[in-house]
Write a protein that binds this ligand. Structure first.
Ligand SMILES: Cc1cc2nc3c(=O)[nH]c(=O)nc-3n(C[C@H](O)[C@H](O)[C@H](O)COP(=O)(O)OP(=O)(O)OC[C@H]3O[C@@H](n4cnc5c(N)ncnc54)[C@H](O)[C@@H]3O)c2cc1C
Length: 467
């Protein structure tokens, strides 16, 4: 039976204490919003409110967007700012102070979080196994004079309940099936008892009135990677996309998900990546809106594949690196590193989408200009790099960096599991062949069985056909 609420209980496996300090006297309880950029349906925020009420203190939300995280660009800054604007509106409605800090330079950013935490009785933040978050949490917890907790609302079933490093979806699926129902519930909002006017140690942005485009332009980030106009950030856009998908394409997902031209998948991955919506919320809504046969293939991706990626990130510290690819796959690819690759091109040419393979170039152009590639094309794009670059490790590094730099949903456990899959992760050995060794190959033939590849290439040249 499903629980009534996903709010965090005492001794909850979703909560991690990062230091052994108790809550102490302070001016407030802080929720430091890092990975889950939303103020609705957020169990970490509600834990902070509940603890603040117990301590008879106000709760405050601190959110920052530094310019010096890896691959910071207009694309990701614009999306994050739109998320923060939605959070500001939701928090204002609840009378919770929201301090949003937008430093333009790394120097401006230094030391500010520590000042916010110095006055806190307790800090609550977001659990996350990847990208900058493990380091940020460890550093903040070490420097905090008070207790520092994180809440895991990532892959529905808490990562702590999946302690083994799973080798494939087939080993994880039955474990998730046993644990899932315990965690499928919405979060209940708790009324804060005390309210606070905060004197923030920085100039907070008035997000409701700010010129967000101008604010991004003033930040020291990569301005060459442009925002994606048809993927606005924020919890409201996430909810609208979820509802639209469930009402229109959801019931055709099983038949249409591999048809790159039809482009019928949910498009939720950027919202899930920035935490504008939770996988939990999407799964609950899909259960309510779709019949069993229609929702099962969608939930397989949203729950099983996603949890597999997060499990890999949580259990393999090198998950974003070549060393995170299984040893058998690295060994076979390296054994074939000297195989002839007549189509090989340079890294710079590939980055500009100039490989001389029009299908690969079309996918790369979508990544550069639209910040996304359909799942089927991502598989072809990643596998093809083994042929287009002279060495497997170079191919892995190119794939990872390109996804991180350009994909709106990049810098995510799904990025590293998806890229890793192209090189043998979560897969099994296949009959040995040139270049790929025993790693599953994928060529143009596999795409042609699924959709009209020439029409795809044409549609990328005229993006309006893909709308
Ligand atoms: C080389 C490569 C790179 C990838 N990089 C990313 C990435 O940077 N970020 C990212 O979120 N996904 C990545 N994926 C996985 C997958 O391609 C995307 O999640 C999916 O295309 C997102 O589109 P959607 O939201 O419309 O998915 P839908 O088909 O609507 O699925 C719903 C959700 O399920 C999850 N999901 C779907 N497919 C997968 C999968 N194969 N593995 C894990 N979770 C999945 C995602 O959270 C997705 O939003 C990558 C796959 C490959 C092969």
């Amino acid at each position: 039976m499903s629980p009534k609420t996903a709010n965090v209980r005492d001794d909850d496996p979703r909560v991690r204490a990062w230091n052994d300090r108790p809550a102490r006297r302070g001016d407030y309880v802080v929720y430091w919003c890092q990975a889950a950029r939303r103020a609705v349906d957020n169990p970490a925020l509600e834990l902070a409110v509940a603890r603040a009420n117990e301590l008879d203190l106000p709760v405050v939300v601190y959110e920052a967007l530094r310019p010096d995280y890896p691959f910071a660009s207009d694309r990701f800054h614009a999306f994050s700012l739109a998320c923060a604007r939605d959070s500001a509106l939701a928090l204002e409605g609840r009378g919770i102070a929201h301090g949003f800090f937008l430093p333009r330079t790394a120097t401006e950013a230094r030391g500010v979080a520590a000042k916010v935490f110095a006055r806190a009785a307790l800090v609550v933040s977001d659990e996350h196994p990847s990208f900058v978050f493990p380091t940020q949490n460890a550093r903040a917890a070490a420097r905090c004079a008070c207790a520092y907790l994180t809440v895991d609302d990532l892959a529905i079933v808490p990562l702590a309940r999946l302690p083994a490093h799973e080798v494939a979806a087939r080993t994880l699926r039955p474990k998730l099936a046993r644990l899932l129902d315990e965690h499928l519930a919405p979060v209940t909002e708790i009324e804060p008892r005390r309210r606070a006017e905060i004197d923030w140690p920085f100039e907070p942005q008035d997000l409701a009135r700010a010129d967000l485009e101008g604010a991004v332009a003033a930040c020291d980030v990569d301005h060459a990677v442009r925002p994606i106009a048809d993927r606005p950030g924020g919890a409201r856009a996430a909810e609208a996309r979820l509802r639209d998908f469930l009402a229109r394409q959801g019931r055709h997902y099983a038949e249409a998900r591999d048809d790159v031209l039809a482009d019928q998948t949910s498009g939720l991955s950027p919202y899930l990546h920035f935490g504008a919506i939770s996988a939990r919320r999407c799964a609950i809504a899909a259960r309510e809106a779709l019949a069993e046969a229609a929702r099962a293939p969608f939930l397989e991706q949203l729950i099983v594949r996603r949890a597999l990626a997060f499990n890999h990130a949580a259990r393999e510290v090198r998950h974003a690196a070549w060393e995170g690819v299984p040893a058998w796959a690295r060994a076979t690819l390296e054994a074939h590193a000297a195989d002839a690759r007549p189509e090989a091109a340079g890294v710079e040419a590939l980055e500009r989408a100039e490989s001389r393979d029009p299908v690969w170039d079309a996918a790369q152009r979508q990544l550069l200009e639209r910040g996304r590639i359909h799942n089927v094309m991502r598989m072809y794009w990643g596998k093809r790099l083994l042929v287009l670059l002279p060495e497997p490790r170079l191919a892995f590094d190119f794939a990872r960096r390109a996804m991180d730099r350009y994909a709106l949903d990049g810098r995510d456990p799904n990025t590293y599991a998806g890229v890793g899959w192209c090189f043998g992760l979560h897969d099994q050995p296949f009959p040995e062949r040139p270049v790929f060794g025993k790693v599953r190959p994928m060529g143009l033939g596999a795409l042609k069985k699924r959709f009209d590849v020439d029409a795809y290439v044409r549609s990328v040249r005229q993006p309006s056909l893909l709308e």
